[in-house]
Design a protein around this ligand. Structure first.
Ligand code: T3D
Length: 276
Protein backbone atom coordinates (compact mmCIF):
# COMPACT_ATOMS: atom_id res chain seq x y z
CA UNK A 1 0.00 0.00 0.00
CA UNK A 2 1.40 3.42 -0.97
CA UNK A 3 0.60 6.27 1.37
CA UNK A 4 2.18 9.00 -0.70
CA UNK A 5 3.31 7.69 -4.11
CA UNK A 6 3.91 11.27 -5.27
CA UNK A 7 5.49 14.01 -3.17
CA UNK A 8 4.69 17.58 -4.13
CA UNK A 9 6.58 20.65 -2.96
CA UNK A 10 7.35 24.15 -4.18
CA UNK A 11 10.59 26.16 -4.13
CA UNK A 12 10.03 29.71 -5.27
CA UNK A 13 8.25 29.40 -8.62
CA UNK A 14 9.40 25.80 -9.16
CA UNK A 15 6.96 22.94 -8.49
CA UNK A 16 8.82 19.76 -7.52
CA UNK A 17 7.21 16.36 -8.12
CA UNK A 18 8.98 13.35 -6.61
CA UNK A 19 7.98 9.80 -7.57
CA UNK A 20 7.90 8.07 -4.21
CA UNK A 21 7.63 4.27 -4.38
CA UNK A 22 11.29 3.48 -3.72
CA UNK A 23 10.49 -0.10 -2.65
CA UNK A 24 9.45 -0.79 -6.28
CA UNK A 25 11.97 1.58 -7.90
CA UNK A 26 9.15 4.14 -8.28
CA UNK A 27 7.35 1.93 -10.81
CA UNK A 28 4.11 3.44 -12.11
CA UNK A 29 0.86 2.14 -10.64
CA UNK A 30 -2.44 3.49 -11.93
CA UNK A 31 -2.64 5.37 -8.62
CA UNK A 32 0.72 7.07 -9.16
CA UNK A 33 -0.07 7.80 -12.82
CA UNK A 34 -3.35 9.44 -11.81
CA UNK A 35 -1.68 11.54 -9.11
CA UNK A 36 1.10 12.59 -11.46
CA UNK A 37 -1.34 13.79 -14.08
CA UNK A 38 -3.42 15.64 -11.49
CA UNK A 39 -0.28 17.31 -10.11
CA UNK A 40 0.76 18.43 -13.60
CA UNK A 41 -2.76 19.76 -14.22
CA UNK A 42 -2.59 21.65 -10.96
CA UNK A 43 0.87 23.09 -11.75
CA UNK A 44 -0.37 24.10 -15.20
CA UNK A 45 -3.26 26.09 -13.77
CA UNK A 46 -1.28 27.72 -10.93
CA UNK A 47 -0.07 31.10 -12.16
CA UNK A 48 2.66 31.09 -9.49
CA UNK A 49 4.36 28.05 -11.00
CA UNK A 50 6.89 28.91 -13.73
CA UNK A 51 8.80 25.61 -14.01
CA UNK A 52 8.30 21.98 -12.97
CA UNK A 53 11.07 19.70 -11.71
CA UNK A 54 10.46 15.93 -11.67
CA UNK A 55 12.66 13.39 -9.88
CA UNK A 56 12.53 10.08 -8.01
CA UNK A 57 13.00 9.06 -4.38
CA UNK A 58 15.62 6.46 -3.50
CA UNK A 59 18.06 4.75 -5.85
CA UNK A 60 15.94 4.77 -9.03
CA UNK A 61 14.06 7.30 -11.12
CA UNK A 62 11.30 4.94 -12.31
CA UNK A 63 11.18 1.28 -13.41
CA UNK A 64 8.25 1.86 -15.78
CA UNK A 65 4.87 0.22 -15.38
CA UNK A 66 4.50 -1.67 -12.11
CA UNK A 67 4.11 -5.18 -13.45
CA UNK A 68 2.38 -6.27 -10.23
CA UNK A 69 -0.16 -3.42 -10.07
CA UNK A 70 -3.42 -5.04 -8.93
CA UNK A 71 -5.36 -2.58 -11.13
CA UNK A 72 -4.01 -4.18 -14.27
CA UNK A 73 -3.55 -7.78 -13.13
CA UNK A 74 -5.31 -10.23 -15.44
CA UNK A 75 -8.86 -11.11 -14.47
CA UNK A 76 -9.52 -14.79 -13.96
CA UNK A 77 -13.29 -15.31 -14.00
CA UNK A 78 -15.49 -12.43 -15.05
CA UNK A 79 -18.67 -14.04 -13.63
CA UNK A 80 -17.68 -15.08 -10.13
CA UNK A 81 -14.55 -12.95 -9.76
CA UNK A 82 -12.92 -16.01 -8.21
CA UNK A 83 -9.37 -16.95 -9.04
CA UNK A 84 -9.21 -20.34 -10.73
CA UNK A 85 -5.64 -21.68 -10.72
CA UNK A 86 -6.51 -24.15 -13.50
CA UNK A 87 -7.79 -21.51 -15.88
CA UNK A 88 -5.48 -19.54 -18.14
CA UNK A 89 -5.59 -15.84 -17.16
CA UNK A 90 -7.54 -13.65 -19.55
CA UNK A 91 -5.13 -11.33 -21.36
CA UNK A 92 -5.33 -7.72 -20.18
CA UNK A 93 -5.69 -4.95 -22.74
CA UNK A 94 -2.54 -2.92 -22.29
CA UNK A 95 -3.74 -0.52 -25.00
CA UNK A 96 -6.57 0.34 -22.66
CA UNK A 97 -4.09 1.16 -19.91
CA UNK A 98 -2.20 3.41 -22.33
CA UNK A 99 -5.40 5.12 -23.52
CA UNK A 100 -6.55 5.89 -19.99
CA UNK A 101 -3.29 6.68 -18.23
CA UNK A 102 -0.11 6.98 -20.29
CA UNK A 103 -1.38 8.90 -23.31
CA UNK A 104 -3.11 11.62 -21.24
CA UNK A 105 -0.01 11.85 -19.05
CA UNK A 106 2.43 12.12 -21.97
CA UNK A 107 0.22 14.73 -23.67
CA UNK A 108 -0.14 16.69 -20.42
CA UNK A 109 3.65 16.73 -19.95
CA UNK A 110 4.33 17.79 -23.53
CA UNK A 111 1.75 20.60 -23.42
CA UNK A 112 2.72 22.10 -20.07
CA UNK A 113 2.50 25.90 -20.17
CA UNK A 114 5.82 26.05 -18.28
CA UNK A 115 9.20 24.38 -18.93
CA UNK A 116 9.82 20.96 -17.40
CA UNK A 117 13.11 19.61 -16.04
CA UNK A 118 13.76 15.98 -15.15
CA UNK A 119 16.45 14.97 -12.66
CA UNK A 120 17.06 11.29 -13.40
CA UNK A 121 18.55 10.06 -10.15
CA UNK A 122 18.96 6.36 -11.04
CA UNK A 123 17.67 3.79 -13.46
CA UNK A 124 14.86 4.91 -15.78
CA UNK A 125 13.27 1.90 -17.49
CA UNK A 126 10.37 1.34 -19.86
CA UNK A 127 7.70 4.01 -19.58
CA UNK A 128 9.80 5.56 -16.81
CA UNK A 129 12.58 6.29 -19.32
CA UNK A 130 10.21 7.71 -21.91
CA UNK A 131 8.34 9.83 -19.40
CA UNK A 132 11.70 11.36 -18.39
CA UNK A 133 12.68 11.91 -22.04
CA UNK A 134 9.38 13.74 -22.59
CA UNK A 135 10.56 16.57 -20.32
CA UNK A 136 12.11 19.69 -21.85
CA UNK A 137 15.53 19.36 -20.20
CA UNK A 138 16.79 16.03 -18.86
CA UNK A 139 19.70 15.92 -16.42
CA UNK A 140 20.95 12.59 -15.10
CA UNK A 141 23.31 11.58 -12.33
CA UNK A 142 26.45 9.72 -13.38
CA UNK A 143 25.13 6.43 -11.98
CA UNK A 144 21.76 6.75 -13.74
CA UNK A 145 20.86 4.74 -16.82
CA UNK A 146 18.14 4.40 -19.43
CA UNK A 147 16.58 1.08 -20.46
CA UNK A 148 13.97 0.50 -23.15
CA UNK A 149 12.84 -2.58 -21.22
CA UNK A 150 9.80 -3.26 -23.42
CA UNK A 151 11.31 -5.78 -25.85
CA UNK A 152 12.37 -7.99 -22.94
CA UNK A 153 8.72 -8.51 -21.96
CA UNK A 154 7.31 -8.70 -25.47
CA UNK A 155 6.12 -5.11 -25.94
CA UNK A 156 6.97 -2.10 -28.10
CA UNK A 157 8.26 1.17 -26.63
CA UNK A 158 5.39 3.31 -25.37
CA UNK A 159 4.77 6.57 -23.49
CA UNK A 160 6.07 8.35 -26.62
CA UNK A 161 9.24 6.25 -26.92
CA UNK A 162 8.99 5.56 -30.66
CA UNK A 163 8.55 9.28 -31.41
CA UNK A 164 11.10 10.56 -28.90
CA UNK A 165 13.90 8.07 -29.50
CA UNK A 166 14.06 8.47 -33.27
CA UNK A 167 14.10 12.25 -32.95
CA UNK A 168 16.65 12.36 -30.13
CA UNK A 169 19.22 9.80 -31.28
CA UNK A 170 18.27 8.82 -34.85
CA UNK A 171 16.94 5.53 -36.19
CA UNK A 172 20.06 3.38 -35.85
CA UNK A 173 20.56 4.10 -32.15
CA UNK A 174 16.81 4.09 -31.47
CA UNK A 175 16.66 0.60 -32.97
CA UNK A 176 19.62 -0.56 -30.89
CA UNK A 177 18.06 0.73 -27.68
CA UNK A 178 14.56 -0.55 -28.46
CA UNK A 179 15.44 -3.97 -29.85
CA UNK A 180 18.15 -5.02 -27.41
CA UNK A 181 16.71 -3.31 -24.33
CA UNK A 182 20.22 -2.86 -22.94
CA UNK A 183 21.15 -0.36 -20.25
CA UNK A 184 22.48 2.96 -21.60
CA UNK A 185 24.61 4.68 -18.94
CA UNK A 186 23.96 8.39 -18.38
CA UNK A 187 27.33 9.50 -19.76
CA UNK A 188 26.66 7.70 -23.02
CA UNK A 189 23.11 9.03 -23.07
CA UNK A 190 24.58 12.53 -23.00
CA UNK A 191 27.15 11.67 -25.68
CA UNK A 192 24.34 10.33 -27.90
CA UNK A 193 22.18 13.42 -27.39
CA UNK A 194 19.46 11.46 -25.58
CA UNK A 195 19.67 13.82 -22.59
CA UNK A 196 20.94 17.34 -22.04
CA UNK A 197 23.51 16.72 -19.29
CA UNK A 198 25.12 14.05 -17.15
CA UNK A 199 26.39 15.41 -13.82
CA UNK A 200 28.02 14.00 -10.69
CA UNK A 201 25.43 12.16 -8.56
CA UNK A 202 26.10 14.46 -5.63
CA UNK A 203 25.37 17.53 -7.76
CA UNK A 204 22.27 16.26 -9.58
CA UNK A 205 19.52 17.72 -7.40
CA UNK A 206 21.20 21.12 -6.93
CA UNK A 207 22.05 21.38 -10.66
CA UNK A 208 18.53 20.40 -11.67
CA UNK A 209 16.99 22.86 -9.20
CA UNK A 210 19.33 25.66 -10.37
CA UNK A 211 18.29 24.91 -13.96
CA UNK A 212 14.59 24.94 -13.06
CA UNK A 213 14.99 28.17 -11.06
CA UNK A 214 16.81 29.79 -13.98
CA UNK A 215 14.01 28.76 -16.36
CA UNK A 216 11.41 30.08 -13.92
CA UNK A 217 12.91 33.56 -14.20
CA UNK A 218 12.86 33.50 -17.99
CA UNK A 219 10.05 34.46 -20.41
CA UNK A 220 7.83 31.41 -19.95
CA UNK A 221 5.59 31.86 -22.97
CA UNK A 222 8.56 32.18 -25.31
CA UNK A 223 10.14 29.04 -23.82
CA UNK A 224 6.96 27.02 -24.29
CA UNK A 225 6.48 28.26 -27.84
CA UNK A 226 10.11 27.36 -28.55
CA UNK A 227 9.27 23.78 -27.52
CA UNK A 228 6.24 23.81 -29.83
CA UNK A 229 8.23 25.18 -32.76
CA UNK A 230 11.10 22.71 -32.33
CA UNK A 231 8.69 19.77 -32.11
CA UNK A 232 6.66 20.98 -35.09
CA UNK A 233 9.77 21.60 -37.20
CA UNK A 234 10.40 17.85 -37.52
CA UNK A 235 7.31 17.51 -39.69
CA UNK A 236 7.68 20.81 -41.60
CA UNK A 237 9.37 21.89 -44.81
CA UNK A 238 12.04 24.59 -44.25
CA UNK A 239 9.81 27.33 -45.62
CA UNK A 240 6.92 26.27 -43.40
CA UNK A 241 9.23 26.33 -40.38
CA UNK A 242 10.24 29.90 -41.31
CA UNK A 243 6.57 30.85 -41.51
CA UNK A 244 5.81 29.27 -38.16
CA UNK A 245 8.69 31.21 -36.60
CA UNK A 246 7.30 34.44 -38.09
CA UNK A 247 3.81 33.69 -36.75
CA UNK A 248 5.12 33.02 -33.25
CA UNK A 249 7.32 36.15 -33.28
CA UNK A 250 4.30 38.14 -34.39
CA UNK A 251 2.41 37.06 -31.28
CA UNK A 252 5.36 37.32 -28.89
CA UNK A 253 6.41 40.72 -30.24
CA UNK A 254 3.24 42.30 -28.81
CA UNK A 255 3.53 40.54 -25.45
CA UNK A 256 4.77 42.08 -22.21
CA UNK A 257 7.84 39.89 -21.95
CA UNK A 258 9.41 40.98 -25.24
CA UNK A 259 8.86 44.66 -24.46
CA UNK A 260 10.24 44.09 -20.96
CA UNK A 261 13.22 42.07 -22.21
CA UNK A 262 14.18 44.64 -24.82
CA UNK A 263 13.69 47.58 -22.41
CA UNK A 264 15.72 45.84 -19.70
CA UNK A 265 18.55 45.23 -22.17
CA UNK A 266 18.59 48.83 -23.37
CA UNK A 267 18.47 50.28 -19.84
CA UNK A 268 20.99 47.74 -18.51
CA UNK A 269 18.76 46.31 -15.76
CA UNK A 270 17.44 42.85 -14.91
CA UNK A 271 14.17 42.01 -16.70
CA UNK A 272 11.05 40.98 -14.74
CA UNK A 273 9.16 38.56 -16.97
CA UNK A 274 5.57 37.65 -16.19
CA UNK A 275 3.78 36.25 -19.28
CA UNK A 276 2.63 32.62 -19.13
O1 T3D B 1 1.13 -3.93 -18.17
C1 T3D B 1 2.11 -3.56 -18.81
O2 T3D B 1 3.14 -4.23 -18.89
C2 T3D B 1 2.04 -2.20 -19.49
C3 T3D B 1 3.36 -1.69 -19.90
C4 T3D B 1 3.70 -0.40 -19.77
C5 T3D B 1 4.98 0.18 -20.19
C6 T3D B 1 6.20 -0.30 -19.44
O3 T3D B 1 6.75 0.47 -18.68
S1 T3D B 1 6.77 -1.83 -19.80
C7 T3D B 1 8.29 -1.94 -18.89
C8 T3D B 1 8.07 -2.32 -17.46
N1 T3D B 1 9.30 -2.27 -16.74
C9 T3D B 1 10.23 -3.23 -16.80
O4 T3D B 1 10.08 -4.22 -17.49
C10 T3D B 1 11.44 -3.06 -15.92
C11 T3D B 1 11.45 -4.11 -14.84
N2 T3D B 1 12.54 -3.88 -13.92
C12 T3D B 1 13.82 -4.20 -14.21
O5 T3D B 1 14.16 -4.63 -15.28
C13 T3D B 1 14.82 -3.98 -13.10
O6 T3D B 1 14.14 -3.87 -11.88
C14 T3D B 1 15.69 -2.71 -13.29
C15 T3D B 1 16.67 -2.92 -14.46
C16 T3D B 1 14.84 -1.46 -13.55
C17 T3D B 1 16.54 -2.46 -12.00
O7 T3D B 1 17.20 -3.67 -11.66
P1 T3D B 1 17.85 -3.83 -10.20
O8 T3D B 1 18.61 -5.11 -10.21
O9 T3D B 1 18.58 -2.59 -9.85
O10 T3D B 1 16.61 -3.90 -9.19
P2 T3D B 1 15.61 -5.14 -8.96
O11 T3D B 1 16.17 -6.02 -7.89
O12 T3D B 1 15.24 -5.77 -10.25
O13 T3D B 1 14.30 -4.38 -8.42
C18 T3D B 1 14.21 -3.92 -7.06
C19 T3D B 1 12.78 -4.11 -6.61
O14 T3D B 1 11.91 -3.33 -7.44
C20 T3D B 1 12.33 -5.58 -6.77
O15 T3D B 1 11.41 -5.86 -5.72
P3 T3D B 1 11.86 -6.78 -4.48
O16 T3D B 1 12.33 -8.09 -5.04
O17 T3D B 1 12.96 -6.01 -3.80
O18 T3D B 1 10.62 -6.90 -3.65
C21 T3D B 1 11.61 -5.56 -8.08
O19 T3D B 1 10.65 -6.58 -8.21
C22 T3D B 1 10.92 -4.20 -8.03
N3 T3D B 1 10.64 -3.70 -9.38
C23 T3D B 1 11.49 -3.27 -10.30
N4 T3D B 1 10.86 -2.95 -11.43
C24 T3D B 1 9.55 -3.20 -11.20
C25 T3D B 1 9.40 -3.70 -9.91
N5 T3D B 1 8.20 -4.05 -9.42
C26 T3D B 1 7.13 -3.92 -10.23
N6 T3D B 1 7.22 -3.45 -11.49
C27 T3D B 1 8.39 -3.06 -12.01
N7 T3D B 1 8.44 -2.56 -13.28
Amino acid sequence: MDDHPLLISTEGAVRVLTLNRPQALNAFTTGLLGQLRAALDEAASDAGVRAVLITGAGRAFCAGQDLSDPHIKPEFDEHSGAVDPHRKPKAKDIGNLLDHYYIPLALRLRSMPVPTVCAVNGVAAGAGANFALGCDLVLAGQSASFIQAFSKIGLVPDCGGTWLLTRLVGRARAMQLALLGDKLPAEQAQAWGLIARCVADADLQSEAMATAQKLSRMPTRALVQTREALDASMALEFEDALKLEARLQSQLGYAHDYLEGAAAFLTKRQPAFKDR
